[in-house]
Design a protein around this ligand. Sequence first.
Ligand code: ADP
Length: 216
Amino acid sequence: MRLILLGPPGAGKGTQAQRLVAKYGIVQLSTGDMLRAAVKAGTPVGRQVEKIMASGSLCPDELVVDIIGQRIDAPDARKGFILDGFPRTVPQAEALDRILGQKRLDLDAVIELRVDEDALIRRIETRVAEMKAKGEKLRDDDNPEVLHKRLEAYRQLTAPLIAYYRQHGMLRTVNGMAPIDDVTVAIDRVLAAAPAAGGRQGAQQGTPSTKKELSA
Ligand code: ADP
């Protein structure tokens, strides 16, 4: 099983990815986590991306494509993987298509978690307040100002991927505003209904229909 989870910051990609990992025995490949680990370890890549990440901008395409290209080759990714936070631009998606093509691997689906923008801001504010209350260290990019920058990067650079994968017949949309367990059920349904790569066009689950939906 090879999946992409697509959605803006705070859409719940990480939460759903962890559930899919447990259910299918596949690995979660989060470029955000990998880059944060590189920053923490002070590697050359980490030093290169530290300021970019803290500002809420995206890291260079070639850099993240390289990281993912290598990570997909690791033995633990052989059974499958969930990409979380990658691809984030159309050039990254094109690079991923090339990488998978060379390895003769297919994607099973691209799952879009569709959410309302105001709710996202509230979710991230809650996450920040909870972490502060627990005395946990906040991510450098978890503050309101940087959040707006991250949402802007999403709208400009990542949202076009929705159209990209819809055109490729890969896109499956679920309502990310539903309770966490309901989102999980919706994803399960989508995967049961659409196992083959490039299958049905843009199947849709749930009925998100607010004006502020973040989509392409
Ligand atoms: P979010 O919670 O905003 O979805 P992530 O943890 O996925 O964030 O990523 C945090 C930061 O890491 C991004 O704001 C960006 O700077 C960098 N990053 C992660 N993945 C990518 C990617 N695929 N391309 C470019 N930059 C990335």
